[in-house]
Design a binder for this molecule. Structure first.
Ligand SMILES: Cc1ncc(C[n+]2csc(CCOP(=O)(O)OP(=O)(O)O)c2C)c(N)n1
Length: 795
């Protein structure tokens, strides 16, 4: 294709004046939101009491975003675009709120914020006001799928939104400060994963307003030629719109925008109609405009417009400083509100007519309220993939390998609707999900050479070695009404701790907004977990993500640790059906014993926690209950617990042992704290009120204490888990290093059971000797003792 050039003279004088009026209206509403408590149309001279007490918000980015929004509106109308707006510097919330108010979508959702003087007063007052709305492009903001409070994810979200949305264009405003973050810097590469035939397009608009909070930005202080090279190096074709005089800027922006939209259409047509297979160079815009454009030029002798000083509230104290009050009034009047609004507060018709209509308005586009578009997945019957468990302890092939076939068929069944994708940082194979490649490929628009595997222009698997991109793409995909699964090493999911935070916050807030339809859950499959990092060692051993997840609102988080493949199938089926949660599923990929038949697994997962009668030796007719509860949560802890139970039953047959397995971690929480939490009585029935509980846990032990500290029997719960001991060693030795192995668990039980007397002490001595033997054996042989490797459960 020919090099990208701005389109020739796009605006008539009348249209330019109209867009300018629209921009002034949005700027007026933005300043009003930040400052005004009353007097929204300046019908009387501005008084101290018209100004809010607490002045909050970010002015600096706002006029630039208002400028962009007004121009996008024109392009939407001209080309009948299906477009949504992503505000990277979402702290410019006044801009998105002002624009959705101007186009009418705001008042449709919030009728009390009406399009008249009363509504204007409320619009201004509610912003950053107790009981009102937050200062960002928050979930409350129509048209937003991206709050932008935590900078860095706008471009990944935008790409996630356009995958499998061939008609959609996402206009993504990227702050030049935001562009310094790692996630954003990598997100430019998303264009190597965008299929022009089946996916839509992202139009990045790098907002080069020069500053962050009090520093310049890197991209604004390198020569323009270097910036151009950088963006071209990332595979983009940038057009620059630069200046500060409104009229030439309107002309330049309109010309750039038309050129970009036409280039997007040309690329899509070439791929879709003419079958062009080359990776396209997608267009983008660099908007270099002053930070705080059109705001106060100078305050208290210091330059403000075009400097970092305009980042938040340029006039800090108009309530006490009469000069600031006068400047605020001049600033508001500079937008000539009487030319924009009728005396009753309605936007003048000729200005209102510049916005698109109906669902073409960016605040009303259903893609930005993805739950409206969400269709249920076609799910195969998970029972059909069951591992055959003739008896407990049957050897398994590795739980995720069993799950892989189920996911493969989820992909195949939903291929026609193209609404399910699997995301991961090149770990789909290594996490044991190889079966998916029987039915799909990895989507990849880069070059392909002879020995590459499973790469294609289109496919359901999205792999990039950036957990941030995987997370951001998946979030964007979910927020626009589709389904997905993120598979990741357990240790490295921490990389997206903070992105998970933001998504969980989004879910919490949107679950209380009746107009926001529920979206599919964000599902994590954490395979390659802490206990089986045999060839990676300590760096790859970290089960702490679930500690982090459990901090979030119980309404939106779920954590599952299925002990075997059939439980994993049942849990995953549940997660893929669920809505508006974050589901974390931790599973193993290495061959390990299988415990439950499919029917037993489905029943066990439905309750999420339960006594494994067949594993214990309680006398059901006795009313004294067990002597000890051996509890376990996670596949490796379950194996070690079962082995410990076998030891106890062999060596101390008079003991009554109960086995409790936990799949759904949230069952441990008090019922009052989590919807899955067990009632105290039910908890006591499982864990007793007074018997020792030896709890083998997958992750850091303190989490179990945190979840159970209010339970009757908490003082008797003794937890073993990962305590930050790790290295490259045998699988069993990992448990030994952390005192989670069968020998320690058995000794723990004996220590809590004085009635085992001399016999107990003698068993302990035997087990201690076993631990010594284990160490000596692995040091010489580099593998576990035969009795460990060949252990099986048969009582
Ligand atoms: C990840 C992250 N780090 C730090 C901040 C604090 N912060 C808020 S705004 C801002 C500057 C943003 O600069 P830019 O993206 O250029 O936006 P603009 O200048 O247009 O406001 C910073 C550092 C944040 N919100 N997110």
């Amino acid at each position: 294709m020919t090099p990208l050039q701005p389109a020739a003279a796009v605006l008539t004088p009348a249209l330019r004046a109209g867009i300018d009026a629209y921009w002034r209206a949005a700027n007026y509403l933005s300043v009003g939101q930040i400052y005004l408590f009353d007097n929204p149309l300046l019908k009387r001279p501005l008084a101290v009491d018209d100004v809010k007490h607490m002045l909050l918000g970010h002015w600096g980015t706002t006029p630039g975003q208002n400028f962009i929004y007004a121009h996008l509106n024109r392009a939407i109308k001209k080309y009948d675009l299906d477009m949504i707006y992503v505000s990277g510097p979402g702290h410019g919330g006044p801009a998105v709120v002002a624009n959705t108010y101007l186009e009418g979508s705001y008042s449709e959702i919030y009728p009390d914020i009406s399009r008249d003087e009363v509504g204007l007063r409320r619009l201004f007052k509610q912003f950053s006001f107790p009981g009102g709305i937050p200062s960002h492009a928050s979930p409350e903001t129509p048209g937003s799928i991206h709050e932008g409070g935590e900078l860095g994810y706008s471009l990944s979200h935008s790409f996630g939104a356009v995958f499998d949305n061939p008609a959609l264009v996402v206009a993504c405003v990227i702050g030049d400060g935001e562009a310094e973050t790692g996630p954003l810097a990598t997100a430019w590469h998303s264009n190597k994963f965008l299929d022009p035939v089946h996916d839509g397009a992202v139009l990045p608009i790098l907002h080069l307003n020069g500053f962050k909070i009090s520093n310049p930005t890197i991209l604004a202080r390198i020569p323009r030629s270097e910036l151009t090279q950088l963006l071209q190096g990332y595979g983009w074709e940038p057009l620059f719109v630069e200046g500060h005089e409104p009229d030439p800027m309107h002309d330049a922006m309109a010309s750039a925008l038309d050129a970009c939209i036409e280039r997007i259409h040309a690329i899509q047509q070439a791929a879709r109609r003419d079958g062009v297979g080359e990776r396209p160079r997608w267009p983008m815009i660099v908007l270099a405009s002053p930070k705080g454009w059109t705001g106060p030029k100078e305050v208290d002798g210091l330059k403000v417009e075009g400097t970092f000083r305009s980042h938040q509230v340029p006039l800090s104290d108009p309530r006490v400083n009469p000069e600031h009050l006068r400047m605020l009034e001049d600033w508001l009047q500079s937008y000539r509100p009487h030319e924009l609004f009728h005396a009753d507060g309605r936007l003048r018709e000729e200005i209102a007519a510049l916005a698109p209509a109906g669902a073409r308005r960016m605040g009303a586009n259903p893609h930005a309220n993805g739950g409206l578009l969400l269709r249920d997945l076609h799910l195969p019957d998970f029972r059909a993939y069951a591992a055959d468990v003739g008896k407990p302890g049957t050897p398994g092939i590795g739980d995720t390998h069993v799950l892989g076939k189920f996911i493969r068929d989820v992909i195949a069944l939903n291929e026609p609707t193209r609404n399910f994708r699997l995301f991961g940082p090149d770990e789909t194979l290594s996490n044991g999900l190889e079966a998916v490649f029987e039915k799909t490929e990895r989507q990849w628009e880069g070059a392909v050479v002879a020995d590459d595997q499973f790469l294609a222009r289109t496919g359901r698997v999205m792999e990039v070695l950036s957990e941030h991109q995987c997370e951001g793409w998946l979030e964007g995909y979910l927020l626009t009404g589709r389904h997905g699964l993120f598979n990741c090493y357990e240790a490295f999911i921490h990389i997206v701790d903070s992105m998970f935070n933001q998504h969980a916050k989004w879910l919490k807030v949107t679950s209380k907004l009746p107009w926001r339809a529920k979206i599919a859950s964000l599902n994590y499959l954490l395979a390659s977990h802490v206990w089986r990092q045999d060839h990676n060692g300590f760096t790859h051993q970290d089960p702490g993500f679930i500690d982090h997840v459990m901090n979030k609102k119980p309404e939106v988080v779920r954590v599952y640790l299925p002990p075997d493949a059939n439980c994993l199938l049942s849990v995953m089926d549940h997660c893929l059906r669920s809505r508006h949660y974050v589901n974390v599923v931790i599973a193993g990929k290495h061959p390990s014993p299988q415990w439950l038949t499919m029917d037993q697994a489905a029943a066990h997962c439905a309750t999420g926690i339960g006594i494994w009668d067949w594993a214990g030796n309680e006398d059901a007719r006795s009313d004294t209950g067990p002597d000890v509860v051996m509890a376990c949560c996670g596949d490796v802890p379950t194996l070690e617990t079962m082995a410990a139970v076998k030891l106890l039953r062999e060596h101390l047959p008079q003991l009554k042992v109960r086995v409790v397995n936990v799949v759904d971690l949230c069952r441990l929480m008090p019922h009052s704290e989590h919807p899955h939490g067990l009632e105290d009585r039910a908890f006591d029935e499982l864990f007793t009120r007074d018997k020792p509980v030896i709890f083998a846990f997958h992750a850091y032990p303190w989490l179990i204490h945190r979840l159970t500290y209010r339970r009757t029997n908490h003082d008797n719960i003794h937890v073993r888990g990962y305590k930050e001991e790790g290295t490259i060693t045998t699988a069993f030795d990992m448990t030994v290093l952390n005192d989670l192995d069968r020998f320690h668990l058995t000794m723990d039980a004996i220590d809590r059971l004085p009635q085992t007397g001399e016999r107990g002490l003698s068993v302990k001595r035997t087990l201690q000797a076993k631990l010594v033997e284990h160490k000596q054996y692995i040091d010489i042989n580099g593998q576990d003792l035969p009795e460990i490797r060949n252990w099986n459960w048969s009582t």
